[in-house]
Design a protein around this ligand. Sequence first.
Ligand SMILES: [Zn+2]
Length: 461
Amino acid sequence: MIMRMGWRSRGRFAATLLAWMVISPLLALGIEKPDFKPGYNFYSPQEDVQLGRESSAQVNKQLRLLNDPEVQNYLNGLGRKLVAFVPNDHPEYAWEFRIVNSAEINAFALPGGYIYVNRAVLEAAEDEAQLAGVLAHESGHVAMRHGTHIASQAVLAQGGLALLTSIFGQNDSLANQLAQLGLGLGVNSLLLKNSRTAETQADEVGAYILYQAGYDPHAMVQFFQIIAKKYPQRTLQFFSDHPTPENRIKDVDREIAQLGPPRGAKTDSPEFEGIKQYIAALAPPPSPQGTPKIEAKKQPPPPPSANLVRYNGTIFTLDYPDNWRVQRTEDNLMLYPSGGMVSGTEGETAQAYGATVSLYTPRQANWGLVDATQELIDSMHESNPQMHVLQQTGMNLGGNPALSTLLQNDSPIEGQKETDHLVTVRKGESVLTFVFVAPSGAFESYAPTFDKMVQSIGLVP
Ligand SMILES: [Zn+2]
């Protein structure tokens, strides 16, 4: 199920989003640095570095690095030139650049400045500005501390800081804390799963860095577009870790206009062209060695644990199996087993197993539950064209009238159907929605867990 419920349910988050990305009015006069505001964060910049270091130790074991001094030198030089202009830089940040010897087009940044670029990015980039754009965008994720922001969201989702300090002793390592939060380290870490909001911010910071360093700031977004069109099969991972914001170009163009007259619009360098030729002459990348992500997903997740734990939200409570992960994004809460999230047909992350909770605001505040639920189903239909209703019945949720709807849809797992159990209940002017999903072939084995979860739903007055 792809939970893209349309803009109406997003309205209430617009305020937070704006607060996140306020750009100083002085900027328009070209006087001051833009005021890039990172999201909330419970970790210190030193902890970003610690986490990044532990994580990169794992990544270095999981991926094959291209340890070629010539290419490494070039990348270090370009990287250093760019990070000199990183806003909100901290002296502790490592700013280490590594090249992964892979034919997949991918790049990612771990907290604290550990940046990885696949060899294929250098091969696909048409000029130095495009490669600089990728590095600048990744530096934007580091500077805005998106990894530990995601970790902080997970902390909040699991009951907040008080709970965290009571569960984790003073000496518990950050890596252990993350494991407890279901985030993990390494190449599959949820620390890398950026939201569209975070992408927009990384774009903005990236464009700013490019501009300051004298490159054409359009190059970054141009590169994302080129690779999406030219190499759709080789960019799956990239666009799953970096979901594409709507209006990406428009947003960046608007920011560039605010930055002032161009400082130079350097696009290429002889060094870049030299390195491209040098790489072309190297042995081709080894065939992927048990690449974790896509392969691992073909295996069904482990069965749900019979032991349920409680999620205490601000407006509802819900029990879920203790071997599931909890992920809060800006507009929903996802609970799922390991391997329950997969790459959909367009490279977006989609849920194949588990539950999603979100709040839907119908067009008419005075609509009854049936009409509001129908509108919700219609809006879900937009991102899930194959979806249809199997049956609908009324039910009771702790004294509140609720609606239970069974749906069938195409599973994001290729060639499979999925069954969705949608439960809706009024909460003020909105509708609290719970979607429980599993591939149709496995739904029966998940149904007892889903039923227990539905029975556990409590509304916080
Ligand atoms: Zn990104």
